[in-house]
Design a protein around this ligand. Structure first.
Ligand code: ZN
Length: 319
């Protein structure tokens, strides 16, 4: 019987570890999830390996057929794979990798930053399927990104590759970014940034903002814009101006085949895409002006797809 090649992608978030089982062609064979334990001791590692065992059992597959396990994690992962910075989750990467290798002895284990993993997911099985190079931007509570060149993530020396949200776009900004910097793209293009811009625009105009469900409810700002709220449109224009300029700058460095936008705010692209394209073209180097800006298609599953894909690449590199 021919050897089976299976790959598992784990998306390690603050509340759950999402899991996906894939074949070599990117077909999703099964999904699961376990609550995120502190991944620092045997109990935590077991919670993950038990979840993998359940995922394999549900698909009637054996651990011996797993050739790679990838983990998308919320912290910088340098190209050398040595994680130097702790994220907002407790994780002992070498300990967890050992436990995974014991559970699936034929598997290569690979860690990847979560936004970079999502970029690889879109490249493998989503909107980026036709491309070899793309720049993925996730517009969520924050702004993340992933740069893929010739089918591989550009992680960088310290893991800052693709940290698009922290491009400094406005040196006059007085508000502080989550990272401690000032005037970063995330402060204008994240859901939180859009809400902050909207409130500032309302104040400037002496207008009462629409009711908002929390500091990152950009959805209500987009709804207000479609109802004709000019402060909401001003906030969206600010987002499009900075985001378009950031993409134009990135195109001068990477020259990707496409930009792919994911995250919750990308669901409102029908309201902002025309403005974003206009802004991008205004700032772009002339030969890059037609680079397409597309919308991601894998949603919250991009991480498990991409984690599995980087594991597949690691397995091929090891072979
Ligand atoms: Zn920042």
């Amino acid at each position: 019987m021919a050897e089976k090649h299976l790959f598992i992608g784990l998306d390690v978030g603050g509340t759950s570890v999402k899991m996906g089982l894939f074949d070599k062609g990117g077909e999703l064979l099964g999904k699961g999830s376990v609550p995120t334990p502190p991944l620092i001791d045997a109990d935590g590692y077991h919670a993950v390996t038990d979840g993998i065992a359940a995922l394999l059992a549900a698909a009637s597959e054996s651990a011996d057929n797993v050739n790679g396990i990838g983990l998308a994690i919320p912290c910088p992962v340098p190209a050398d794979g040595v994680i130097r910075m702790q994220a907002n989750i407790q994780i002992n990467a070498p300990g967890l990798a050992d436990a995974l290798e014991r559970a699936c002895p034929a598997a290569a284990v690979k860690f990847e930053n979560d936004a970079n993993a999502a970029a690889m997911g879109e490249l493998w099985a989503g909107s980026g399927k036709d491309y070899q190079s793309l720049v993925f931007v996730t517009l969520g509570t924050g702004v993340g990104g992933g740069v893929v060149v010739d089918g591989h993530v550009v992680g960088g020396v310290v893991g800052a590759g693709g940290e698009i949200g922290h491009l400094c776009m406005n040196s006059d900004e007085e508000r502080t970014c989550g990272c401690g910097g000032k005037g970063h793209l995330e402060q204008y293009a994240s859901a939180t940034g859009i809400v902050a811009s909207y409130k500032a625009e309302c104040e400037q105009r002496g207008l009462e903002p629409v009711e908002l469900e929390g500091p990152s409810d950009s959805r209500s700002v987009f709804a207000a814009a479609s109802a004709g709220d000019e402060a909401a449109w001003a906030a969206i224009d600010t987002m499009c101006d900075y985001l378009g300029r950031a993409l134009a700058i990135i195109a001068c460095v990477v020259d990707p085949q496409a930009f792919v936008l994911g995250g919750g705010t990308s669901n409102s692209s029908n309201l902002f895409m025309e403005r974003l394209l206009a802004s991008y073209r205004r700032y772009a180097f002339a030969v890059s002006a037609d680079t397409p800006i597309e919308i991601a298609s894998l949603g919250n599953d991009a991480g498990i797809y991409g984690a599995a894909f980087v594991a597949l690449q690691a397995a091929e590199d090891a072979a």
